[in-house]
Write a protein that binds this ligand. Structure first.
Ligand SMILES: *[C@@H]1O[C@H](CO)[C@@H](O)[C@H](O)[C@H]1NC(C)=O
Ligand SMILES: *[C@@H]1O[C@H](CO)[C@@H](O)[C@H](O)[C@H]1NC(C)=O
Ligand SMILES: *[C@@H]1O[C@H](CO)[C@@H](O)[C@H](O)[C@H]1NC(C)=O
Ligand SMILES: *[C@@H]1O[C@H](CO)[C@@H](O)[C@H](O)[C@H]1NC(C)=O
Ligand SMILES: *[C@@H]1O[C@H](CO)[C@@H](O)[C@H](O)[C@H]1NC(C)=O
Ligand SMILES: *[C@@H]1O[C@H](CO)[C@@H](O)[C@H](O)[C@H]1NC(C)=O
Ligand SMILES: *[C@@H]1O[C@H](CO)[C@@H](O)[C@H](O)[C@H]1NC(C)=O
Ligand SMILES: *[C@@H]1O[C@H](CO)[C@@H](O)[C@H](O)[C@H]1NC(C)=O
Length: 268
């Protein structure tokens, strides 16, 4: 009898633990997450988020897209709604967003998002595009942020205040096509693992503090169309032999660094 009770309580304990650690998410969790995000918007002068209310389905809210099969939020796009500069997200990008487990696209260009990139973003395993250009995000990119983002195709973090190194976990994102990290304060060398990103079309690293020799593995990026590495004053070559096989390359921006084999008059 006592034994049965013990087993029962162990079972209940297990249940409680699995409920708390693997909280089920659904469209209501998505809605709650976005309402929490809305609550952090200090100013919405054109009242674009007015229909973000429980009176209408989250799938009809401005800037929100749901998947047709599962009716879960798959995209959040708060770009070009004149929230920019006026919209005032204060504090960190809400952790609540990490409950939108089916989300594939997050775009919040030109807002005033402050704080660090939250680790939790790395748990949005369906994420394909993360576009946070032109915000006030600071600090290091979390080292393990890309460990579980195998579908990432576009990462746009240009024009923020990011520092530290480019985390190695990023080079696990084998489907990455657009990598825009320009206009930050990223430092360290460019790792040879960059050559793993064979789908890459755009590599934008301009105006950072990246230094050292450009790895030969850049030559493995056969799909590269745009190579923008200007204004990393301590970045060294040789570059031209390395990129000689990159037949898709259309735009190269190399000014204001320490490359030796590129004439400024022909390569800008
Ligand atoms: C919310 O607003 C958008 C843009 O004004 C509109 O397209 C959408 O239909 C609205 N949704 C509802 C449920 O009113
Ligand atoms: C977000 O919306 C803007 C404006 O409507 C559009 O130009 C942009 O392509 C969208 N971004 C994504 C990732 O869908
Ligand atoms: C956004 O602001 C610009 C300039 O302030 C204005 O021309 C445009 O009409 C506005 N768009 C909307 C949708 O309010
Ligand atoms: C954003 O909100 C903070 C806190 O309410 C305020 O101090 C700041 O002036 C606001 N910034 C803008 C651009 O509205
Ligand atoms: C990410 O998910 C894993 C597994 O579900 C969990 O153990 C971890 O705490 C989560 N990390 C964050 C930062 O939310
Ligand atoms: C890069 O690719 C090599 C060879 O396929 C692999 O051994 C290595 O683990 C990859 N690195 C990362 C960071 O994914
Ligand atoms: C050269 O690059 C440095 C470091 O990124 C930057 O601060 C500086 O403004 C750049 N100079 C020019 C002339 O672009
Ligand atoms: C360019 O391609 C040729 C032929 O595949 C190869 O032999 C050579 O090593 C490549 N050069 C570089 C710099 O990768």
């Amino acid at each position: 009898m006592g034994n049965t009770r013990f087993i029962m309580s162990m079972l209940l304990l297990n249940l409680a633990v699995s409920f708390s650690t693997r909280t089920r998410t659904n469209i209501h969790t998505d809605q709650a997450a976005l309402l929490e995000l809305k609550a952090r918007v200090v100013s919405d002068p054109y009242h674009l988020l007015t229909n973000w209310s429980t009176a209408t389905s989250v799938c009809n809210w401005v800037g929100v897209t749901c998947g047709s099969r599962h009716r879960r939020v798959t995209a959040l796009n708060l770009t070009d709604m004149n929230l920019s500069g006026l919209n005032n997200f204060t504090g960190q990008i809400p952790m609540a967003l990490s409950n939108c487990k089916e989300i594939e696209i997050i775009a919040m260009v030109s807002n005033a998002i402050e704080g660090n990139l939250p680790n939790e973003m790395g748990n949005l395993t369906k994420l394909q595009f993360l576009d946070l250009r032109d915000n006030l995000i600071q600090g290091q990119i979390p080292a393990d942020m890309f460990d579980r983002l195998p579908r990432l195709q576009g990462l746009y973090l240009e024009m923020n205040g990011l520092s530290g190194r480019i985390p190695t976990s990023l080079f696990k994102c084998k489907e990455l096509q657009d990598l825009l990290l320009g206009y930050n304060s990223l430092e360290g060398t460019l790792p040879k693992e960059i050559g793993n990103l064979t789908m890459l079309r755009i590599l934008g690293l301009g105006n950072n503090l990246i230094q050292g020799v450009i790895p030969q593995q850049i030559g493995d990026l056969r799909n590269l169309e745009i190579l923008s590495i200007f204004s990393n004053t301590l970045l060294r070559g040789p570059l031209l032999p390395t990129i000689s096989n990159l037949t898709n390359l259309r735009i190269i921006q190399l000014s204001n660094n320490s490359l030796t084999d590129c004439k400024r008059s022909t390569w800008t």
